[in-house]
Design a protein around this ligand. Structure first.
Ligand SMILES: [Zn+2]
Length: 883
């Protein structure tokens, strides 16, 4: 294996790679050349939209008056519409000649008697439309109130192309306009939109509320909520900040309100551009979309991402902060400055993800947030190490398929990692200078990636566009191979080369990256930021007896293969390395094992070298690897020997941590305890199972016996090993919980039961009506939760209930079905059966997504076999060495 490893390095060194592969031409934003289906002959300047939803029969009526700027004389007006019937269509008060709407095209074409002159005209009409059941367009969200009564909220979700479901409009991001929204609902209902209320008129049982005119913005950011909502407010720097929730729950938004004040002040400063709206509301929607949506001035969240109570865990608190930081970053990057077309959706999402991580880390240093974000980077690198992966920037030719571009692993996580790497290379102050210039230059307008690179280039004096093109416009990332030589005085020189890193197979397309390296020699040395541009490039790097990292601070989005001697030095000094450097080494070595390019023993030697260190991310990385190996060993005669080995790694950690958290512990240490105990419990550690059962009994007698943070640990261990009576106890616990946070926790625990008959009951519960309507989006996760112990059952439940599971996912349903579910259910059925079924249940245009997920399914199956073999060799060698 050692010689094979050298052979691999040699291969990597001789491949000559050209620069700028697959670089699609990208230009600065221009309205005229921005991609889109709608003609640019006329531009909407201002909309007045009046909506009357009829929640009972799921219909709406509306009227619009749109001021249009005709750039050229035209006899046709083309805009988007869907499921709407237009009546009394007039231009400047005169009836038009013809109106034709096509739901298939999602377009309405208005024909005039004769061409209207260039200049301003006003288009007016009334219309009727539809209220949706799932989170797209205007939708009705049923929920069960804390007192058991039924409630109904009217809510909107427009990104990417669903504003047209509520009102006919120019529904492409380059068409920015002002909007004056007006809504008529029962007088007792509260209403929220992007802007503060301008006036409210009550007439009989109804009230019409008109909101102030918005600034110029795209349609997908318009927002409207109506229902039995209440709010709490605060003021920061002249902006009214509000948290809305179902009446009675608004006080659970207190922490989110405090977070929002802090984040707003920080972002005003970071972007160097004051938040421009008079108010910023956040709405806790009971259900709706699973995530959150950055509507300008009126951010909508699934309520579980905004509300906190004494029953919430640290993870809940962290989720709320980081999701707020993400959505609020969009108020600048996304809302104030919008991508010109959906190709550049990464500009919105990567940027918001990166900014949110920085802000969360800044304000919560004890959370060690960037270490946790390493897990999201690993998710991206795992997806991106496939031959079927795609570039961050994807050309979207059909706006109706834009959802495919919201591939979380690539669009969010890879983009975040690449921006962090660039920031590290340019330096935070220079990077911020560029971002500020970018925001200032494109405020109330649109931008492309090129605009951002130009701003960063101007700020730094470097050609940022050239560096970033490698990372944005082509898929994948490099494996940088290091070959160190030492001179007589022991000084080290590095020769570096690169090739695309793939977990399986080879890429015949040549590819090359300009790689921003952070080279650190020795555990305490300051890293040196350099750019690897050419193969064979050499760098001086300390002395040969010092540990070496090319990815100091784990800032980089690439992998490193050190030559054997350097790796040995690194392993020997592993315990002294800074945490991020150690994490990067663990990540890379595990990926090389997965790719069949490194011996398992080399990786496991690093795990053994952790010793008494309790760094959470490093141990979480090891936990994931040990879990993967355990799964591969299941059903084999060597399983017991493997478990004995895994115990030898984790039992000392568990012994150090104990069961009870201490007040001075970081959230990371507490999470590490949970991970280690759950692993040990699931691997059959008798003492751990017995202790969990004892604690569970105490919990059933008195729910305050276990802190919310520690409940999942105990519940998961107990459920996994539950008999029928215990399972029923747990089920009763879930059914009787009145708080949604608790309820979700208990139902999630139920899905871990190992016993097949009880698992079948759990599957029935996941798709039953006892899951309240506001938790409908959770059903999918519950079914996914069955996978680890009962994959075939998970597959059967998923395929039998597809429509029910996907309705709450809105427009992401096809993406989830084509890509995420096969990756989760990879061992649930033969791959051909999975592929045939998936292809039959998603639109034909999802073919690339299916190819991606099926590559992962087949890789994971092959890996299961190869890892089991590698583990067996490791275990035999271990037995032999112990005599
Ligand atoms: Zn986002």
């Amino acid at each position: 294996m050692r010689s094979g490893y050298f052979a691999y390095l040699a291969t990597a060194a001789v491949i000559a790679l050209p620069t700028s592969v697959q670089a699609a031409p990208v230009a600065p934003f221009s309205f005229d050349t921005a991609y889109g289906r709608l003609p640019k002959t006329l531009i909407p300047i201002d909309y007045s939209v009046s909506i009357t939803p009829n929640a009972a029969d799921r219909t709406l009526t509306g009227s619009e008056s749109i001021v249009l700027e005709f750039r050229h004389p035209s006899a046709t007006i083309i805009f988007n519409s869907l499921n709407e019937v237009l009546r009394d269509v007039r231009l400047d008060g005169k009836p038009v000649k013809a109106v034709a709407s096509s739901d298939e095209q999602q377009l309405t074409t208005v024909t005039l008697d004769s061409a209207a002159t260039a200049g301003r005209h006003t288009l007016t009409f009334s219309y009727s439309g539809k209220i949706e059941s799932g989170p797209r367009g205007m939708f009705a969200q049923p929920y069960v109130k804390p007192d058991g009564d039924n409630g109904l909220l009217i809510q909107t979700k427009f990104e990417s192309t669903d504003a047209r479901r509520m009102f006919p409009c120019w529904d492409e991001p380059a068409f920015r306009s002002t909007f004056q929204i007006s809504v008529t609902v029962p007088a007792e209902a509260a209403v929220v939109s992007n802007m503060p209320v301008a006036r409210r008129v009550v007439h009989d049982a109804l009230a019409t509320t008109t909101f102030l005119r918005t600034p110029k913005m795209p349609t997908y950011l318009v927002e409207l909520s109506a229902g039995d909502l209440a709010r709490i407010t605060a003021h920061t720097d002249g902006v009214e900040i509000g948290i809305w929730a179902v009446r009675g729950q608004e006080k659970q938004g207190a922490e989110a309100l405090a977070n929002a004040q802090q984040i707003l002040a920080d972002y005003d400063d970071y972007f160097g551009y004051k938040y421009p709206l008079p108010k910023l509301d956040s709405i806790a929607v009971p259900g709706g979309q699973p995530g959150a949506m950055e509507n300008w001035g009126a951010i909508a969240y699934n309520d579980q991402l905004l509300l906190l109570s004494p029953l919430s865990t640290i993870l809940n608190h962290q989720t709320v902060y980081s999701v707020q930081a993400h959505e609020m970053a969009h108020q600048w990057n996304g809302d104030l400055v919008t991508m010109g077309w959906w190709d550049d959706i990464w500009l919105n999402e990567s940027f918001a993800s990166w900014r949110a991580a920085e802000e969360t880390d800044l304000r919560n240093p004890g959370w060690r947030w960037w270490e946790g974000e390493d897990a999201s980077k690993e998710t991206a690198m795992s997806a991106d190490a496939r031959i079927t992966s795609h570039a961050i920037q994807q050309h979207v030719t059909d706006e109706l398929q834009v959802t495919n571009a919201f591939d979380k692993a690539i669009t969010y996580n890879k983009g975040e990692a690449v921006l962090r790497m660039l920031e590290g290379y340019l330096g935070p102050a220079t990077f911020r200078k560029g971002v500020r210039a970018f925001i200032r230059a494109h405020a109330y307008s649109n931008a492309t990636s090129t605009d951002l690179w130009n701003a960063l280039s101007a700020a730094s004096g470097r050609n940022v566009g050239e560096i970033s093109a490698d990372w944005i416009e082509q898929p994948g990332f490099p494996l940088v191979a290091v070959s160190a030589t030492c001179d007589a005085a022991g000084k080290r020189t590095l020769a570096l080369s690169q090739q695309r890193f793939l977990l399986q197979g080879a890429d015949s397309r040549p590819s090359h990256w300009a790689v921003p390296l952070q080279i650190r020699s020795g555990a305490a040395g300051a890293p040196q930021a350099v750019l690897l541009q050419q193969d064979g490039q050499t760098f001086k790097a300390g002395r040969c007896d010092q540990a070496l990292t090319l990815n100091a601070g784990a800032l980089g989005y690439f992998r490193v293969a050190y030559d054997a001697a350097t790796l040995q030095t690194n392993a020997a000094q592993f315990g002294t390395l800074p945490d991020p450097d150690r994490i990067a080494l663990l990540d890379d070595q595990w990926a090389l094992v997965q790719a069949g390019r490194q011996e398992l023993a080399r990786y496991l030697a690093l795990a053994s070298s952790m010793g008494s260190d309790l760094d959470e991310r490093a141990w979480m990385q090891i936990s994931a690897a040990l879990e993967t190996l355990e799964y591969a060993e299941r059903g084999k005669s060597s399983h017991d020997a493997y478990i004995a080995y895994a115990f030898s790694i984790f039992q000392p950690v568990a012994a150090r941590l104990g069961w009870d958290s201490r007040p001075d512990e970081s959230p990371g240490t507490q999470r590490l305890r949970r991970t280690v105990l759950v692993d040990l419990g699931s691997w059959g550690d008798r003492e751990v199972i017995a202790e969990a059962r004892k604690r569970f009994a105490a919990f059933m007698a008195d729910h305050s016996a276990i802190r919310p943070d520690d409940q999942s640990t105990v519940l998961e261990i107990v459920t996994r090993n539950a008999d029928a009576a215990t399972f029923e106890q747990l089920h009763q616990l879930a059914r009787s919980a009145s708080n949604e946070t608790e309820q979700r926790r208990y139902y999630a625990a139920l899905m871990h039961v190992r016993d097949p008959q009880l698992a079948a009951q759990a599957a029935q519960i996941a798709v039953s009506s006892e899951i309240p309507p506001q938790s409908a989006a959770v059903r999918l996760g519950l079914v996914g939760g069955l996978t680890f112990e009962n994959p075939k059952l998970a597959w059967a439940t998923f395929t039998a209930n597809l429509d029910m599971l996907m309705l709450p996912q809105g427009r992401y349903a096809a993406f989830i079905t084509a890509q995420l579910m096969p990756e989760t259910l990879w061992d649930a059925a033969p791959p051909d059966e999975i592929e045939t079924w998936i292809r039959a249940h998603v639109p034909a245009e999802m073919a690339d997504n299916v190819a991606r997920s099926m590559e992962i399914v087949r890789f994971k199956l092959a890996q299961k076999t190869s890892l089991a073999q590698a583990a067996d060799s490791f275990l035999s060698a271990r037995m032999a060495s112990r005599g």
